[in-house]
Design a protein around this ligand. Structure first.
Ligand SMILES: *Cc1c(COP(=O)(O)O)cnc(C)c1O
Length: 385
């Protein structure tokens, strides 16, 4: 089966992990800070906080921004559930803004309309979490403008967009947001097995996230209240977690990050071949936003039959032909857990139409020309039947 996504591990990655395994530190050593510095510099952000997953990064990002009971957080329904769950971990409420039918990202016009309505009801969100679906940035310029007008903070869920660019700068610069989140799950652009990162230009937010990553415990004299100066002394000053990234993960991440641009270039090459191959098929190819350079975490095609049946047929045909297509994503609010909170079908019509027709076909740097030819033939055959 040709997987829709998978890691790309070479001998340098293996050597880096083995060397760290033989070193003095398996956790809380020099690799994590070095990985953080590397990615902060790559993105042009002041600070980076490495954690155990993008999910934990989203959680502590919300907490650092003060999200709690009584607060509202908004995100896109076309995302992985973690983008919404993070608000609920903090005791806040979640709501969803429909997507743009062309980019599949949060629709800024829908966001603007929903904000105007929310203002009249005194129910404005504290944080909005735009998700850069498939690696193509949302319209951050307008989301930032709306954030300034309505007073919400912004967390970019850039789990798909490591190595992507927006208006000439790396995604992760945080020029338009308070915090940007990366994921290093094996299907993402670079991997640390499990792992995530929170980038920010705000030292206070970075300090808060560092504290929450390690139980809320600090040895930083500036943060302590007790006035003690014993060498062993530390204080728990907040209710934190153990969300640390290990040294093995960070060593793998550092090694992977040296190939980040190559991975993205290869993904973009493969995407261009797909674009050309499917011109004659009755498929909607991914829209290329001229303001963005996508990292192409996913290559999403749209089948023309929007009953859901056509997509089902193509998915099944591809799987029987050894092509591991997948669907990203089921609208989050249609999950049984979210229906249990009161959400119902019909809430975001664009997201639901998208869901019935979208299919992600294999795209990752380990796909060679032969694999890609197999995928192209299988897709052509499946959509013509
Ligand atoms: C993968 C992903 C996450 C969660 O990442 P983990 O590192 O697995 O916790 C969050 N949001 C989006 C959009 C993702 O694709």
């Amino acid at each position: 089966m040709i997987a829709y996504g998978r890691q790309c591990i070479d001998q340098d990655d293996i050597d880096a992990v083995v060397a760290t395994l033989k070193s003095d530190f398996l956790t809380q050593g020099p690799q994590v800070p070095a990985f953080e510095t590397m990615l902060a510099e790559y993105c042009g952000a002041r600070r980076a906080v490495a954690v155990s997953s993008a999910t934990s990064a989203l959680h502590i990002a919300c907490l650092a921004l003060g999200v709690g009971p009584g607060d509202l957080v908004w995100t896109s329904p076309i995302t992985f559930v973690a983008s919404a769950n993070c608000a609920l971990y903090c005791g806040a409420e979640i709501d969803f803004v429909d997507i743009d039918p062309r980019s599949y990202n949060m629709c800024v016009d829908a966001l603007e309309a929903k904000l105007a309505a929310a203002e009249r009801q005194w129910r404005l969100p504290k944080v909005v979490i735009p998700v850069h679906l498939a690696g193509q940035s949302c319209n951050m310029l307008r989301i930032r403008e709306l954030g300034d007008r309505y007073g919400f903070a912004i967390i970019e869920d850039a789990s798909h967009a490591v190595g992507a660019r927006y208006l000439g700068e790396p995604v992760g610069s945080c020029r338009y947001s308070d915090i940007t989140i990366f994921s290093f799950h094996p299907v993402k652009i670079i991997t640390t097995a499990e792992g995530g990162l929170a980038l920010t230009n705000d030292h206070g937010l970075a300090q808060r996230m560092e504290l929450l990553r390690t139980h809320g415990i600090s040895r930083d004299r500036a943060l302590l209240q007790g006035g003690h100066d014993e060498g062993w002394y530390y204080e728990q000053v907040a209710l934190g977690f153990n969300y640390r990234m290990t040294e093995l993960q960070a060593a793998l991440g550092r090694s992977q990050a040296t190939r980040l641009d190559r991975f993205v270039a290869r993904r973009r090459e493969l995407a261009a071949v797909y674009d050309d191959a499917f011109v004659e098929e009755n498929l909607v190819p991914p829209w290329r936003d001229p303001q963005a350079v996508s990292s192409f975490h996913l290559y999403i095609i749209r089948v023309s039959d929007d009953s859901g049946e056509g997509r089902r047929r193509v998915y099944d045909a591809l799987h029987s032909g050894g092509v591991g297509a997948n669907v990203h994503y089921i609208p989050v609010y249609l999950q049984p857990f979210y229906r249990g909170l009161g959400f119902a079908a019909g809430m975001c019509p664009q997201a639901e139409t998208y869901y019935r027709t979208a299919l992600s076909i294999p795209l990752h740097p380990s796909i060679d020309a032969d694999d890609q030819a197999v995928v192209i033939e299988a897709v052509r055959k499946a959509v013509r039947n």
